[in-house]
Design a protein around this ligand. Structure first.
Ligand code: SAM
Length: 280
């Protein structure tokens, strides 16, 4: 029987955010694959975890992944951790999870902190729906292009950003999306200097431009205001019906053409509006 691959979430700053189950699994597995073994050693020392550590990072993902798969096939259990947060989320993991799934090797998660979800939860922006963009491109032209694609995004968008790029990204954000969108910047979550800024891109630039930006950052952008085509359609119809200079069928036909909608649908809305008007 093959072993199990555990994706174990580790703290994003505060060492106390390691779950009891994460601790037990990290102690019990045969091997822990870590993004940076020196970084993870600190966590291991803090919690007295003695399990063997091996490196597994972006550039050795395919080669090292094959070796880990071999161990799993032989029945060993392997935990995958990253430097912080949930493995496979803007971190190595996808390759191994995919291969395990394809081969029928058990994959399970020990969930825990993830910076994007943590930031969204405390942002004060609408989070009933959101999109996660990972890291935006580092080059200006590509970054602007990525931001411009969020112009009509109806969900809150979140992405990771490096501190030395924050000001440039905020400038691009203001230029591509204007100053109507509310944004939030979460910095150093769960750490001593945790900060959550909320305002426009311009206000954020003023705030973060005042001194050198340090630490780890999640940027969030509120949803674009929806144009609400059915509402403006109703408004036009209400106005045209109130003018009373043409029969309803004619109005429906003309407005349907204007909005590129079937005449019968628009006529039905006219009837609804008339009935509602009579009821009031
Ligand atoms: N897998 C991780 C997760 O689940 O959050 C994300 C890994 S990604 C390589 C690292 C990025 O996450 C950082 O550059 C930063 O943008 C964000 N991040 C990680 N820890 C953070 C924290 N404490 N506060 C704010 N952002 C953080």
């Amino acid at each position: 029987m093959s072993g199990t691959l555990y994706l174990v979430a580790t703290p994003i700053g505060n060492l106390e955010d390691l779950s009891f189950r994460a601790l037990r699994v990290l102690k019990e597995v045969d091997l822990v694959a870590a993004e940076d073994t020196r970084h993870s050693r600190k966590l291991f020392n803090h919690y007295g975890i003695g399990t063997a550590l091996t490196s597994y990072y972006e550039h050795n993902e395919a080669v090292k992944g094959e070796r880990l798969l071999e161990k799993l096939r032989q029945g060993q259990s392997v935990a995958l951790i990253s430097d912080a947060g949930m493995p496979a989320i803007a971190d190595p993991g996808f390759f191994l999870v995919r291969r395990c799934r394809d081969e029928g090797i058990a994959v399970t998660a020990v969930p825990g902190p993830s910076a994007a979800v943590t930031a969204l939860a405390i942002s004060g922006l609408p989070v009933d729906r959101f999109v996660f963009e990972g890291f935006l491109p580092a080059k200006t032209k590509a970054r602007r292009e990525a931001l411009s694609q969020l112009r009509h995004e109806p969900r809150t968008a979140a992405f990771y950003e490096a501190p030395h790029r924050l000001l440039a990204t905020l400038r691009d954000l203001g230029q591509e999306l204007g100053d109507k969108r509310e944004i939030a910047v979460a910095r150093e979550l769960t750490k001593l200097h945790e900060e959550l800024f909320r305002g426009t891109a311009e206000q954020a630039l003023e705030h973060f431009g005042a001194s050198r930006v340090r630490g780890e950052i999640v940027v969030m952008i509120s949803p674009a205001e929806q144009e609400g085509p059915s509402e403006s359609l109703r408004e036009v119809l209400q106005r045209r019906l109130a003018e009373g200079d043409l029969p309803m069928r004619k109005i429906a036909k003309e407005v349907a053409k204007e909005f590129g909608l079937p005449g019968s649908d628009v006529y039905r809305i006219c009837l609804e509006l008339q009935t509602n008007g009579e009821d009031e």
